[in-house]
Design a protein around this ligand. Structure first.
Ligand SMILES: *[C@@H]1O[C@H](CO)[C@@H](O)[C@H](O)[C@H]1NC(C)=O
Ligand SMILES: *[C@@H]1O[C@H](CO)[C@@H](O)[C@H](O)[C@H]1NC(C)=O
Length: 245
């Protein structure tokens, strides 16, 4: 979709090239997601930014959905009923967004009594028409080994690994390419890394490691974990207007 300003955000889940007919791959009863840092967060007022979940019920029964939060006392659990073939928007607290290249504890857990689909949306005010969308895969589609496809073009590139079980020993083998406008290096816990380096950390359920790279692309990085993890990746400003007619 083209935007008039020509600037949009695109976030992509690693492994997002699932065939459309594999509907089971995107539907499930349990999901975990964390919201990656977006650089605009530093420069725009919180009032201009919103985080949402879009939760869809593809079935013929009303579903009962519970949205729980890890490490976030200020956001109570949310319970929803979603009618058949309907989508509900759940507005989340803005402080859920993870800030900084380090280990984080804040994440979202979605559980349902029938299968649903979940998308995580970042919006930078309606006037600016800038969005980030992540199709969240259900737990049943997650695995321990991934290759990242980030498609970062400008400013920050983000790789986020979220543990779904305790005691996940995570290794990220970095592949670092230049972004359109530079050639920076990734960092994690105040250390800078280069192409071919490995970053390791151990995570408990709901914890994540966020690797940030300014003006570079992390496509081709490997993520290997001892336990099942979810991986999210993307860039600050990916232009999609040139893809439109
Ligand atoms: C690590 O992940 C990559 C990408 O999925 C995979 O090719 C590789 O075999 C994995 N390595 C191990 C030791 O599991
Ligand atoms: C990184 O550096 C900042 C500022 O010096 C410090 O407060 C923080 O604890 C450091 N983080 C880690 C993980 O070492």
């Amino acid at each position: 979709m083209a935007t008039r300003e020509g600037v949009s955000l695109l976030f992509c889940v690693a492994l997002c090239f699932l065939p459309l007919e594999a509907r089971e791959a995107v539907e499930g009863r349990e999901f975990m997601v964390a919201f990656m840092q977006h650089n605009a967060h530093e420069s725009y007022s919180p009032l201009e930014q919103n985080l949402f979940l879009y939760i869809s019920n593809p079935g013929t029964n009303t579903v009962n959905v519970r949205v729980e939060f890890y490490d976030l006392d200020t956001q109570p659990t949310i319970d929803l009923d979603i009618a058949p073939e309907a989508t509900q928007t759940v507005t989340l607290i803005e402080t859920l967004m993870l800030q900084g290249a380090t280990k984080h504890g804040k994440s979202v857990h979605v559980i349902s009594d029938y299968v649903i689909q979940v998308q995580a949306i970042y919006e930078l005010s309606q006037q600016r028409k800038s969005y980030g969308g992540t199709g969240v895969l259900p737990m049943t589609s997650l695995t321990k080994d991934y290759v990242a496809a980030t498609h970062c073009e400008r400013r920050y590139c983000v790789l986020l690994v979220l543990a779904t079980e305790d005691g996940a020993e995570v290794k990220v083998k970095l592949r670092v390419g230049p972004g359109d406008d530079g050639g920076g290096l990734p960092h994690y816990n105040n250390q800078t890394y280069e192409d071919g380096d490995e970053i390791t950390d151990s995570l408990n359920r709901g914890e994540s490691m966020q690797v940030l790279c300014y003006r570079c692309d992390l496509t081709g990085s490997w993520i290997n974990s001892s336990k099942v993890v979810a991986v999210f990746s993307g860039g600050d400003f990916t232009r999609v207007s040139h893809l439109g007619p």
